[in-house]
Design a protein around this ligand. Structure first.
Ligand code: UT7
Length: 329
């Protein structure tokens, strides 16, 4: 079957009044982080900072560094794990979408490099540039492809190596970021679901977090912090309103791991217990587009994921771009 042929999934009309739709179900997850770890103590030797400052202001204790490893190589490792977890063969994939802002080559894109490595010859392969909201963006697009009937099996990847984009002399930014990749496989399933996604952008405020080609990442940390604290609870409320699901009924909020204080602030504004906000920022730092799928993979593999659970994903970052998704596990 060619990619453009209808997947044949809309062979019956949903009964009037019922919300049965063909939507993407999470069939499997995978993630990968490079072996090299730089602890806060290692950074103390590079810039004027301290383990205590970094932990208190961000919640970060260490980050993994890609070194020679490319974004595509990390993405392939996460993808293979997700496919294995889903029990799906790469040749069954209709679409590969990669959220990344730090791939080594301008083209071919990372998704095509992944396709070649894993042998997903039927898949259309596209990269999406949306910085730390990259995974949210590919998640929404993957769902739209499935709901339109254009794709049945979709591989979604968030992969970044921001260690290559930061100035390791700038203590205001270098302490924050780490490298890694995460992936999930969505498969089309006829289901009664309220799943929905929202992405917003504000190009006017883009100046607060930039990275021009050939230069280092520049950030107004306080501005980004305030942006996240106001926009993330707002967009989460927006998707939950559309899904008609109260905040109290959400089992887990899987947020982009940028700063533990941002996560605490979002929990407070939503009046939701902090325990519902799993985090792994202590071990990985901010892995940009990879942070949400890495956390989802840990949620899945640690046995915390249960069928029917109500989950919110939310990402935010450069652009400025932010978004949220409501899904049922
Ligand atoms: O994925 C989305 C991308 N980014 C983000 O989400 C980042 C959002 N912002 C943040 O996480 C925080 O703004 C930072 C962690 C970046 C900074 O924390 P802050 O509490 O906003 O600190 P600040 O920039 O207001 O700086 C406070 C002080 C300053 O010193 P003075 O002027 O008060 O003497 C900084 O020079 O802390 C100093 N400082 C540091 N000190 C030790 C800044 N960075 C460091 C450091 N170690 N690494």
């Amino acid at each position: 079957m060619s990619f453009l042929e209808p997947a044949g999934v809309f062979d019956r009309e949903p009964a009037p009044g019922l919300k049965i739709i063909e939507s993407g179900k999470n069939a499997g997850t995978g993630s990968y982080v490079p072996e090299t770890i730089w602890k806060n103590e290692d950074l103390e030797k590079m810039v004027e900072t301290s383990d205590i400052w970094i932990r208190e202001r961000t919640g970060i204790g260490a980050r993994h560094i890609a070194g020679e490893e490319t974004v595509a190589q990390m993405a392939v490792k996460a993808a293979r794990r997700a496919l294995e977890n889903a029990g799906i063969c790469s040749t069954e994939l209709d679409l590969i979408l990669v959220g990344t802002s730090s791939s080594e080559s301008i083209f071919p894109n990372t998704a095509c490099l992944v396709q070649d490595e894993i042998g997903a010859f039927r898949a259309a392969c596209l990269d999406v540039s949306a910085a730390c909201t990259g995974f949210l963006a590919v998640y929404e697009l993957g769902q739209l492809y499935i709901r339109s009937g254009k794709a049945k099996n979709v591989l979604l990847i968030g992969a970044d190596a921001l260690s290559r984009l930061v100035d390791w002399h700038d203590r205001g930014t270098c302490i924050l970021f780490g490298d890694g990749a995460g992936a999930i496989v969505l498969t089309a399933e006829e289901q009664e679901t309220k799943a929905c996604e929202k992405i917003h952008s504000d190009g006017e405020k883009g100046v607060s977090l930039t990275c021009e080609k050939g230069t280092y990442l520049q950030m107004d940390g306080r501005a980004v912090f305030q942006f996240a604290l106001s926009r993330v609870p707002e967009v989460i409320r927006e998707v939950l309103k559309e899904a008609e699901v109260p905040v109290e009924e959400i089992d887990a909020f899987i947020l982009h791991q940028a700063n533990s204080r941002i996560i605490d602030g979002v929990a407070k504004r939503l009046k939701a217990p902090k325990e519902k906000f799993p985090r792994n920022i202590e071990a990985y730092g901010n892995t940009c587009a990879a942070s949400i799928p890495i956390l989802l993979d840990e949620w899945n593999r640690s046995g915390r994921a249960q069928k029917g659970q109500r989950i919110v994903l939310s990402g935010f970052g450069a652009g400025l771009i932010w978004g949220a998704a409501y899904l049922e596990w």
